[in-house]
Ligand binder design. Structure first.
Ligand SMILES: Cc1cc2nc3c(=O)[nH]c(=O)nc-3n(C[C@H](O)[C@H](O)[C@H](O)COP(=O)(O)OP(=O)(O)OC[C@H]3O[C@@H](n4cnc5c(N)ncnc54)[C@H](O)[C@@H]3O)c2cc1C
Ligand code: FES
Ligand code: FES
Length: 1254
C-alpha cells in the first residue's frame, strides 16, 4: 500500500493514490463521496456539525478504538488505515433508522437539522465507548453510559435552533441510570402514560461495525512496513510520516524541503485556531514517531510524549493506583478535570498536548494546558537540530519562538515528592510549631461559555504547600506556584513576585491585600486586549478565591445554600477548617461549572399539553416533518446538492476599508493565488443588467463596490476556483490598494451620523405615533429622570449553515438558482435585474434552510446574485458557501442603538410620561432599517407610560448593512422598556417588580397604546398571565428565599424578576397550493420556507385536516400521504418573505382554503359514489375524480382581512439568576414562561421554538 491512502467510510473501501494533502476529511466526504451527513458549520472545530467517528485498529491486541473527531480539522492523509463512520453509517430511510436517529426525532430534538448529524455522532461515540467498559449490564434497551456522561457527550456540539433540553433528553434516554419520567415531551409515550424503556427504540449494542474486516487485514499487512521503520510517504512525496527522529531530520534536511512550505502536524487542530489562508507544499505527520506517543509513570511523575492527545492524557491522569500518594492523585485529578474543559471531546481526541504547548510558545496562543502544567512545575524535553534538552516549562515558554526544526519530545508533570524535593519542604521538614501540613492545588478559568469550545478570558492554577501555625492558628505558605495565562500576555507566567512575597508569611488580611496589590501590578494585559480590566480583575478574584478559605481572618462563614428537591432552602454552615473548606468554596469558576460537575447539567422540566380533537390532527404534537432524514444526513441542504458537471466555486473579495476609493486589486503571488480561474467584478455585469445585489421595498443595494467602497465587508468581486477551499484561500490573497485622498472620514457611529446629518428616511406610514400629551404627563410627575443614556450593540445571527447558493445556467438565457434564503421571490427579482433578463428566466429554488433568524432574508441575496452572475458569465455552474469569517464580516446583524430617555413618575412608581430619543445604526444600505422604529416602539408600548413620545433617526453609517435579526427592533424595544422600569425602581429604592406591576396596561390603556390591534376586552389576557405566573411559580416565596440567600452569602448573590411581553402580530398575504396525484398522494406548496421552525409539519397537519373533511375520521389516514415540497418561484408565485413569526399561520390558512376548494369539488362526487356503495375510500374517490376530469389542484392567495391582519400576543416570564460577585459568572437557576398563543397548531414545534429562544 506504499504511496496509497487506504481507509474505510461506513464500511466502504477507499484507496487513493492522488489527493491534495491539505484536503480535510470533511472536504473529502462532502465532495468525493455521497455522504453529506457531516456538515460544515465553522471549519474551526468550534461547532461539531462535522463530527464523525474515527476508528483505529491495533492488530497486536486485536482492539478497535473509536472516538469522535471534527472532520473539518482532520487531514485526510492522517486517517490512513482508519475507518470513518458518519451518521449515514448508522442507518437510513431504506434500511431503517438507528435508535439514535429515532430518538432525536421522537424527542423533537431536531429543528433545522443542520447540527443533528454531528450531534448523533458525538452521542454514538459516547455510547460506543461506555458500552466497552466493564460496568454492570444496563437494563435492556439502554446503554452503560451514565446520565452525566450522556449529557456531556454533546459538549461542544452547538445547536442554534432547538435548545439543548430535548437534545439532552435524547442523550439521557440511553443512560443506565435514567429516570424516564424526567424526560420531556416525546412521541414514544403520552403524558400520563407509563414511561418505560420498551416504548423507546431499543439501543442495540455493537450492531454497527465500526471497523470492517477488510481494513483489519490491510492493517495487519501494513504492520510489517511500520515495524521495519520505513517512512510511510504518500502521494508523490507531499505527505511524510517518519517513524524515527533520524528519519524526521533526514526528511527535514533533504533538498526536497529547501524553500518549500512545510507543515509539521499531529492532530492539525491548531488550524482551527490559526486559519490557513495559503497552501503548503509538504506535510510531515509526527504521529509516526513512537517516542512522541509514549506515556511513562514512575516516582518522578508522569511523562507524556508530545503527540499524546489531550483525551488520552485525561484518561492517564485519572488512572491512579492505590499506591499513588493522595496529594499527587489530587493534583493529577484536578489537571484532568481542567483538561476536560479544553475545547470539546471531538477536538481533544485529536489535539496533542505538544501541539498545544507549541502554539503557546510560538504563536502566543491563550492556552489552558500551559497554565496548569506551569503551576504543576512541569518540565519539557525538546530536540533541536543539535541536541536534546530538558528544561522547565517556564524557560521553554520564555525562549524565542521555536524554529521549524525544533521538536517538542515530551512533557513531564512531576510527582509532588519531586516538587517538594526541589524546595526541601517535605512533611518532615515542617517546623515543630507548624501542623496540618497540606498540599493544595486549584485551577480556574473564565470563558464566554462553560461547556466547551470557548477560549479563556484568563486561566490560572495554583499549587501550594501550606501549614498552620499551632500558636496563632494562621496558615503559612511553605511554597507556592501561581500561574496565570490567556489574559492578553505572550504566554502563561508565574507571578514570581507575589509568590515570593507570600511564602513564609502568615495569611492575614494585610498580607492578602498586599499580595493582591502586587498581583495587579503583574497581570497587565497587552495593549488592545479586549476586556482588559475584566481580565485583570479575574486574576485577583481567582487568587482571592484560592487564599480566602486559608485565611482565618477572612473566613466569612460563607453559607452553602442548596435548594433541595422540595424547594425548601437548606443552609449548611461550613466549619472554619481551613484546608477542608478549600475544596468546598474555592472551586468556583466563572462559569456554570458547578452545575456541569453536579449530577446533571439540566435540571428537570415539565410540560403539560392539552389539545382537543376538533381540528385533528391540527394541535397534535406530531414529530417534525423530515426530522428522521435530518438525523441520518439524507436531508438535502443547498450545499448538499451534488455539484453539476464543470461546477466552479466562488468566494468574495471584500473591502477591509470603511470608506475608500479602490485603486487596484491584485493577488499576492502565493500557492493559493495560483488556483484562481477567474475574477468576476462589476464590469462583468452584462449589458442591460444592473449592479444590484440585494434590496427591499425601501430600495436596492449594489452587488459589488464600483470604484468606491463604503463599508468594510462590502463585496468587491468574486474569485472563482475549482474548489471552495481554493476559492476561499485565494480570495484572502487579494491585495487591494485603497485611497482615501479627498474623502471625508467615514461615519462609524450614530453620533458621527447626527453631526453629519446622515440619515435614511422613514416613510410616514412606518413612523410610529406618539401617545398622549408628554408635557402634561411630565407635569403630573413627582420625580423625573432626564436624559439617561443606554447603548445597545450588534449581534450576529449564528445560523449553523452559512450563506450559500448554487447557480446553474439553463437553456434559452435562463438560470436556476438554489439558494438558502428566506425570500426566494425577492432573490428572483433581483437576480433578474442584475442579469438584465425577465423574472421568468430566473427560477429560485429553496428546499430547506439550515437556520435563518432573519439573516437569510435580505443578506442571502447577494450570495445568490453573485453566483448567478458568475454562472451567467462563465456559462458554467457556480456555487458558493461562505466561510464563517466572511459570513460574519459581510452579514451585518442586529441594529446597534443609542437611546436617551427622560421619564416622569410618581412616588408610588406610576410612570406618567416617557420620552425617547432613539438613534438606530443602520449601516450603509437601507435594507429593512426604515421599519425598525415601528418594531422598537411596538414593543416599547408594552407598559402604560402615561404619555409616550419619541424622536427616532435611522442613521446611515459606513458599517455593513444591519438587517432583520430574530425579533428585530423588538428585542431592543423590550430592553429599553425594562431599563426604564429598573431605573425608576432604583431611583425610588423600590422593588422593580412593583414598578412593573404598577405600570402594566389596563384594557383601556392598551387600547390607547395599540388601537384596534388590542381587540376586545376578553382578548386582553396579560394581567391574567402575570397573575398565573406569579402564583404558579411561588414568586413571592422565592423572592423571600432569594433575599435570605443574599443575606447568607457574601460572594454569590441571586436575583429574581419577571417581565411581560406584548407582541404585535402582522399577517401578510400568502399563497398555498394543494394537489392530489393520481395515486391519491398529496403534494403541497406554500410560500413559506422551512427554516427549522416546523412550517412543513403544521402545513401537513392542516392539509390532513382540510382534506379529511371528505372522510369520516380520515384526517389521520391522510397525514402520511401529504408531502410538502420545496419553494420554487416559477411554480408558486408571490411566495413573499418567511419572517415575522407569521408564515406558518398564514401558509396554513392558505392551504386550508385550498383544501376547501378541493373538498367542494369532490363533495358531490363523493355523495354520488356513496349512493352506490356504503363507504368510499380515499383512493376510490380520487381515481374516480381523476377519470371524471375533476381539477385536483387548487391554489389560493390568502389575503388577511383588515380585522385579522394585526393582533396582539401576550406573555410573561420569570427568571432567577445567580451571580458570582468575584468573577461575574452568572447562572440561570430557573426560568418560567407563560405565553398565550391561542391554540397551538403543534405544541411540540411551538415549545421547541420557545426552548430555542431561551
Ligand atoms: C475549537 C477549539 C477550541 C480550543 N479550546 C482550547 C482551550 O479552551 N484551551 C486550550 O488550552 N486549548 C484549546 N484549543 C487548542 C488545542 O488544544 C490545540 O489546537 C491542540 O492541542 C493542538 O494540538 P494538535 O495536535 O492538533 O496540533 P497541530 O495543529 O497538529 O499543531 C499545532 C502547531 O504545533 C506544531 N507542532 C505540533 N506538535 C509539535 C511537536 N511535537 N514539536 C514541534 N512542533 C509541533 C505544528 O507544526 C503546528 O504549528 C482549542 C482548539 C480548538 C480547535
Ligand atoms: S467543528 Fe467542524 S465544522 Fe464546526
Ligand atoms: S437544529 Fe440545531 S442548528 Fe438548527
Amino acid at each position: 500500500m506504499e504511496g496509497k491512502l487506504v481507509f474505510a467510510v461506513n464500511g466502504k473501501r477507499f484507496e487513493l493514490a492522488e489527493v491534495d494533502p491539505s484536503t480535510s476529511l470533511l472536504e473529502f466526504l462532502r465532495t468525493r463521496t455521497r455522504f453529506t451527513g457531516p456538515k460544515l458549520g465553522c471549519g474551526e472545530g468550534g461547532c461539531g456539525a462535522c463530527v464523525v467517528l474515527l476508528s483505529t485498529y491495533d492488530p497486536v491486541s486485536d482492539q478497535v478504538k473509536d472516538f469522535s473527531v471534527s472532520s473539518c480539522l482532520t487531514l485526510l492523509c492522517s486517517i490512513n488505515l482508519c475507518s470513518v463512520t458518519t451518521t449515514e453509517g448508522l442507518g437510513n430511510s431504506r434500511d431503517g433508522f438507528h435508535p439514535i436517529h429515532q430518538r432525536f426525532t421522537g424527542f423533537h430534538a431536531s429543528q433545522c437539522g443542520f447540527c443533528t448529524p454531528g450531534m448523533c455522532m458525538s452521542l454514538f461515540s459516547a455510547l460506543t465507548n461506555a458500552d466497552k467498559t466493564n460496568r454492570p449490564e444496563p437494563p435492556n434497551g439502554l446503554s452503560k453510559i451514565t446520565k452525566l456522561e450522556a449529557e456531556k457527550a454533546i459538549a461542544g456540539n452547538l445547536c442554534r435552533c432547538t435548545g439543548y433540553r430535548p437534545i439532552a433528553d435524547v442523550c439521557r434516554s440511553f443512560a443506565a441510570d435514567v429516570d424516564l419520567e424526567d424526560l420531556g415531551l416525546n412521541t414514544f409515550w403520552k403524558k400520563g402514560e407509563d414511561a418505560i424503556v420498551s416504548k423507546l427504540p431499543s439501543h442495540n449494542r455493537g450492531k454497527i461495525c465500526t471497523f470492517p474486516d477488510f481494513l483489519k487485514s490491510v492493517v495487519k499487512t501494513s504492520l510489517d512496513t511500520l515495524m521495519n521503520g520505513n517512512n510511510t510517504n504518500f502521494l508523490e512525496s507531499q505527505w511524510y510520516r517518519p517513524t524515527s527522529f533520524e528519519g524526521l531530520y533526514q526528511v527535514l534536511n533533504s533538498n526536497a524541503f529547501i524553500g518549500s512550505r512545510t507543515k509539521l502536524v499531529v492532530g492539525n487542530t491548531g488550524s482551527g485556531v490559526y486559519k490557513e489562508n495559503n497552501l503548503y507544499d509538504k506535510y510531515i505527520d509526527l504521529k509516526g514517531i513512537p517516542e512522541l506517543s509514549v506515556i511513562k509513570r514512575d516516582h518522578t511523575g508522569i511523562s507524556f510524549g508530545a503527540a499524546v492527545t489531550i483525551s488520552r492524557a485525561i484518561e492517564m491522569l485519572k488512572e491512579n493506583a492505590d499506591s499513588v500518594p493522595s496529594a499527587e492523585k489530587m493534583v493529577f485529578n484536578k489537571i484532568a478535570d481542567h483538561l476536560d474543559k479544553v475545547a470539546s471531546p471531538f477536538v481533544r481526541n485529536m489535539a496533542s498536548l505538544g501541539g498545544n504547548l507549541i502554539m503557546a510558545q510560538k504563536y502566543q496562543f491563550a492556552s489552558d494546558v500551559t497554565t496548569i502544567l506551569l503551576a504543576a512545575g512541569s518540565t519539557v524535553c525538546v530536540w533541536t537540530a543539535s541536541d536534546r534538552r530538558i528544561l522547565s516549562l517556564e524557560d521553554f515558554l520564555g525562549w524565542p519562538p521555536l524554529d521549524e526544526k525544533t521538536i517538542l519530545v515530551s512533557i513531564l508533570i512531576p510527582s509532588i515528592s519531586m516538587v517538594e524535593l526541589s524546595y526541601g519542604t517535605d512533611q518532615h521538614s515542617v517546623s515543630s510549631h507548624r501542623s496540618e501540613s497540606n498540599i493544595i492545588f486549584e485551577t480556574y478559568r473564565a470563558a464566554p461559555r462553560p461547556l466547551g469550545n470557548a477560549v479563556s478570558y484568563l486561566n490560572s492554577a495554583f499549587l501550594a504547600h501550606v501549614s498552620s501555625d499551632k500558636i496563632t492558628g494562621n496558615t503559612v505558605l511553605l511554597y507556592l506556584h501561581l500561574a496565570f495565562g490567556a489574559y492578553g500576555t505572550e504566554h502563561a507566567i508565574r507571578a514570581r513576585k507575589v509568590e515570593k512575597f507570600l511564602v513564609g508569611k502568615e495569611l492575614e488580611v494585610s498580607v492578602l491585600l498586599e499580595a493582591i496589590k502586587l498581583l495587579k501590578e503583574t497581570i497587565i494585559p497587552k495593549q488592545g486586549t479586549p476586556h482588559s480590566s475584566y481580565r485583570s480583575s479575574l486574576a485577583v478574584a481567582f487568587l482571592f478565591k484560592f487564599l480566602q478559605p486559608l485565611s482565618k481572618d477572612l473566613a466569612v462563614h460563607e453559607n452553602n445554600y442548596h435548594d433541595n428537591a422540595s424547594g425548601v432552602a437548606v443552609i449548611t454552615e461550613h466549619p472554619n477548617e481551613n484546608f477542608n473548606r478549600h475544596s468546598d468554596l474555592s472551586h468556583h469558576e466563572a462559569s456554570n461549572s458547578e452545575l456541569f460537575n453536579s449530577s446533571c447539567v439540566l435540571l428537570s422540566s415539565n410540560q403539560m399539553i392539552q389539545y382537543g380533537k376538533e381540528y385533528h390532527p391540527v394541535g397534535v404534537p406530531i414529530k417534525k416533518v423530515g426530522a428522521e432524514i435530518q438525523t441520518s444526513g439524507e436531508a438535502i441542504y443547498v450545499d448538499d446538492i451534488p455539484s453539476p458537471k464543470d461546477c466552479l466555486y466562488g468566494a468574495f473579495v471584500y473591502s477591509t476599508h470603511p470608506l475608500a476609493r479602490i485603486e487596484s486589486i491584485k493577488f499576492n503571488p502565493t500557492l493559493a493565488s495560483e488556483k484562481i480561474i477567474t475574477y468576476i467584478g462589476v464590469n462583468d455585469i452584462p449589458p442591460g443588467g444592473k449592479n444590484v445585489g440585494s434590496g427591499t421595498m425601501f430600495g436596492t443595494e449594489p452587488l459589488f463596490a464600483d470604484s468606491l467602497t463604503e463599508c468594510a465587508g462590502q463585496p468587491l468581486g468574486l474569485v472563482v476556483a475549482e474548489t471552495q477551499r481554493y476559492a476561499n484561500m485565494a480570495a484572502k490573497q487579494a491585495n487591494v490598494q485603497y485611497s482615501t485622498e479627498n474623502l471625508e472620514a467615514p461615519i462609524l457611529t450614530v453620533e458621527d451620523a447626527v453631526r453629519r446629518l446622515s440619515f435614511f428616511d422613514i416613510p410616514p406610514f412606518l413612523y410610529p405615533q406618539n401617545v398622549g400629551n408628554l408635557s402634561e404627563g411630565m407635569t403630573e410627575a413627582e420625580h423625573k429622570i432626564l436624559s439617561a443614556e443606554v447603548k445597545l450593540g450588534s449581534q450576529y445571527y449564528f445560523y449553523m449553515e452559512t450563506q450559500t447558493a448554487l447557480a446553474i445556467p439553463d437553456e434559452d438565457n435562463c438560470i436556476v438558482v438554489y439558494s438558502s434564503t428566506q425570500c426566494p421571490e425577492t432573490a428572483q427579482g433581483l437576480i433578474a435585474q442584475c442579469l438584465g433578463i425577465p423574472d421568468h428566466n430566473v427560477r429560485v429554488i429553496t428546499r430547506r434552510v439550515g437556520g435563518g433568524f432573519g439573516g437569510k432574508a435580505v443578506r442571502a441575496i447577494p450570495v445568490a446574485t453573485a453566483c448567478a452572475l458568475a454562472a451567467y458569465k462563465l456559462q458554467r455552474p457556480v456555487r458558493m458557501y461562505l466561510d464563517r469569517q466572511t459570513d460574519m464580516v459581510m452579514t451585518g446583524g442586529r441594529h446597534p442603538m443609542k437611546i436617551n430617555y427622560s421619564v416622569g413618575f410618581k412616588s408610588d412608581g406610576k410612570i406618567t410620561a416617557l420620552h425617547i430619543d432613539l438613534l438606530i445604526n443602520a449601516g450603509i444600505t437601507k435594507d429593512v432599517s426604515p421599519s425598525i422604529p415601528y418594531s422598537v416602539v411596538g414593543t416599547l408600548r408594552k407598559y402604560n407610560w402615561g404619555a409616550l413620545s419619541f424622536d427616532i433617526k435611522v442613521c446611515r453609517t459606513n458599517l455593513s448593512s444591519k438587517s432583520a435579526m430574530r425579533a428585530p427592533g423588538e428585542a431592543q424595544g423590550s430592553f429599553i422598556a425594562e431599563t426604564v422600569i429598573e431605573h425608576v425602581a432604583a431611583f425610588l429604592s423600590m422593588d422593580a417588580n412593583l414598578v412593573r406591576n404598577k405600570n402594566l396596561h389596563t384594557y383601556k390603556s392598551i387600547k390607547m397604546f395599540y388601537g384596534s390591534s388590542a381587540g376586545e376586552t376578553p382578548e386582553y389576557t396579560l394581567p391574567a398571565i402575570v397573575d398565573e405566573l406569579i402564583s404558579s411559580t411561588s414568586y413571592f416565596n422565592r423572592l423571600a428565599m432569594v433575599r435570605h440567600f443574599n443575606f447568607c452569602n457574601k460572594w454569590r448573590k441571586r436575583g429574581i424578576s419577571w417581565v411581560p411581553i406584548v407582541h404585535q402580530v402582522t399577517l401578510r398575504p400568502t399563497p398555498g397550493k394543494v394537489s392530489i396525484l393520481n395515486d391519491s398522494s398529496i403534494v403541497v406548496e406554500v410560500g413559506g420556507i422551512e427554516l427549522g421552525q416546523g412550517l412543513w409539519t403544521k402545513v401537513k397537519q392542516i392539509t390532513a385536516f382540510g382534506l379529511g373533511q371528505l372522510l369520516e375520521g380520515g384526517s389521520q389516514k391522510l397525514l402520511d400521504r401529504v408531502r410538502i415540497i420545496q419553494a420554487d418561484t416559477l411554480s408558486l408565485i408571490q411566495g413573499g418573505w418567511t419572517a415575522g413569526s407569521t408564515t406558518s399561520e398564514s401558509s396554513c390558512e392558505a392551504v386550508r382554503l385550498s383544501c376547501s376548494i378541493l373538498v367542494d369539488r369532490l363533495k358531490s362526487l363523493k355523495q354520488s359514489l356513496e349512493e352506490k356503495t356504503s363507504s368510499v375510500s380515499w383512493e376510490t374517490l380520487i381515481s374516480q375524480a381523476s377519470m371524471q376530469g375533476v381539477n385536483l389542484s387548487a391554489s389560493t392567495y390568502w389575503v388577511p382581512g383588515t380585522d385579522s391582519m394585526q393582533y396582539l400576543n401576550y406573555g410573561a416570564a420569570t427568571s432567577e439568576v445567580e451571580v458570582d460577585i468575584a468573577t461575574g459568572a452568572t447562572t440561570i437557576i430557573r426560568s418560567d414562561l407563560i405565553y398565550d398563543c391561542g391554540q397551538s397548531l403543534n405544541p411540540a414545534v411551538d415549545m421547541g421554538q420557545v426552548y430555542s429562544a431561551d
